[in-house]
Ligand binder design. Sequence first.
Ligand code: ZN
Length: 333
Amino acid sequence: MSQKNIEGWIASQQQSMVDQLMHLSSINSGTGNLEGLATICDEYYQAFAPLSDSIEVLESKSVQRVNHLGQANFENYGKIISCVKREDAPIQILLVGHMDTVFPKDYHFQSPKIVDESIIHGPGVADMKGGILVMLNALRAFEQVQTDNQLGWRVILNSDEETGSHGSADLLSSAAKNAHAGLIYEPALADGTLVGARKGSGNFTLTVHGIAAHAGREISKGRNAILLMSEAAQTIASLSDAKRGITVNVARVTGGTVFNVVPDQAVCQFNIRCETTGDQQSLAAKLDKIVQELSAREGYSAVLSGSFSRPPKVITSANKLLMEWVGLLMFLA
Ligand SMILES: [Zn+2]
């Protein structure tokens, strides 16, 4: 098929893409909804299988994480789709998407609706059920025009992106090593600009242990974990630095039991984002120091879990060139 004809073919897919998006958006695939994720995984399997030389459904790794109550649990995630085309071709492209959304099964926002001819509101419409449909149809178009077998591709769709891709990170990074370029089908900025760089990010859980005591008879024997955590939360928040693009969000604090007991445990969950690997390393060192200082207080101990699971993505010269090519193609279209 010629270039001109393929543009016509892409335009002809509009209605079926809208129908598919409405259907996919109506299936809840919140990261914790493993049943919904299994359904949506099956939908994507059926869609990508006819295009691929081979397709597999892989298990995510289950990962131990500390929750907001300070309990360590193994978290299970939905499955991963991996499919490849022409894996021996000299040029290899990795295309990545995620099947999960941020909306849990019991959240009020569940049904998609067409607002007007250019807007659909629905769970995951932009992030990223729509993105995956763009990827799918771009590949369907490409397979109709490619003739020289010089380019191979691999698609990976994970199910745990919204909680940090902990169960799929190893697979993604090993696949990326074999690719000349990678494209992620997250939404563009509101004005349509493609995103080439983004901050690194980490989720952390700090647990402070103190000493429980009766609030009346022996309060002086107690060590109030909530009070120490309130200091710690302020210290952690003060790591923010607007000029350097460092943001800290103290997101959740829990602790304590009843009125007359000095609380012996408090848990704080927070997110940190920064722009450079250097800042990431220095923030990790500062967090270690904060934890050491908390543990040095008489009668207290502190434990930090979590990590910077996403390194900062900075624009390299190769990224810049790729973005220019994509921009040029959009301009030509
Ligand atoms: Zn996303």
